[in-house]
Design a binder for this molecule. Sequence first.
Ligand SMILES: Cc1ncc(COP(=O)(O)O)c(C=O)c1O
Length: 428
Amino acid sequence: MLNKITAEEMSQVFSRALQHKLIQEQDTAVIFYDLSRLTARINNLVEVFPKSALHAIAVKTNPLTAILKKINALGVGLEVASFPELRLAEKAGFSPAQIVFDSPAKTRSELEYALKRGIYLNADSFQELDRIAQLQAKQLSNSVIGIRINPQVGTGHIESMSVGGEYSKFGVPLQLNRQRLIDAFLKYDWLKGVHLHIGSQGCAPQLLVNGIRTVLNFVNEINEGLQRYQQNRRVEIIDIGGGLPVSYYKDEPAITMQAYQRLIQVSCPALFEGDFKIITEFGRSIYGNVGWVASRVEYVKESEHKSTALIHVGADLFLRECYNPNDWHHDISLVDQSGRLKQVDEKDYAIAGPLCFGGDMLEKNLRLPNIETGDYVFIHDSGANTLSLWSRHNSRQVPKVIGYYENGIQFEILKEREDVDKLWEFWS
Ligand SMILES: Cc1ncc(COP(=O)(O)O)c(C=O)c1O
């Protein structure tokens, strides 16, 4: 249940969805989520870390409200990186203690709201900490508050996804601010946690662990300072962020959550000895491999060297992939109109999206079986940072989202295809 969804499984699920008439003529593209696998991934995360940990799943990777409600029932929390995400979390039924509010640009009124509700907050800067202090002076809140530290341990291989290097727009850079951070902990007795996040995808697990170890070592320094002056106080909470990389290639092995936990434990045993509460903020590693997309092929432009298959998703759903193709990849497979897999590669194809620019391509040159109008292209491992980055270019309608259990024994519509009235509302 923790492995990737194979093309054969997708073909089976798709055929069953067709038999149940869940895919209509207007459903030119459909997003699928394997809810059995999602449940297994979350249960596994909960099992691997100590019981006291709070697993705040990153809403930015998948804000579908039907899924937020489902994962609430599994006992995890949510990491929210904007005020609207915070409101989604509340509406989905998460309690203040299950919500972790990160964002480098929280306004005074957003902070005031979060403090009133007792929501966990990570300040991103000294400036924000001072703002929180002003609000705390008016009325002390139940919120637990941490500060984001950039341990400056280095970057991964996707520059735009890396935030733990020498420079980052996030957090307080550690090298030049050790004393200032210790002073902040001495000054504000409500400051109880530290937060870090090194990057998303492209960061080797060991780099993430180096970040955690650097921050943990620094926490020991802060705690020594606190012990000297305020003997009953110490940093109690370490929020290790997310960032565990996901495999996007068929045979590429992925690090498991167990292996990552072991790496952290070997490097930072103190984190697991009961003195700290751990918060995690995984997103991509929860959702990436449990979602996939099926798009109908509308036309095939044949040519001698390379033909072009025109499909119904492109940079609208795969924003990063189309704008930064060198950094991203999704495996692709092909089925006929009844969902049967086509397996014998015959020709070179470009897989092009429907949007009005030349870079709207999922693949520029890929050997695939013969593609015909009416076939469906499956785009693998599409569950994270796809719909959540939806682009309104050309006003394409957001596709239907279908959840399923046990390879399609049971289906559930998680979100209907957007209709033109909703689109009108968006642009009005
Ligand atoms: C602060 C923070 N936490 C958690 C995450 C989730 O990271 P991932 O989806 O790679 O696990 C992100 C992603 O950008 C983030 O910025």
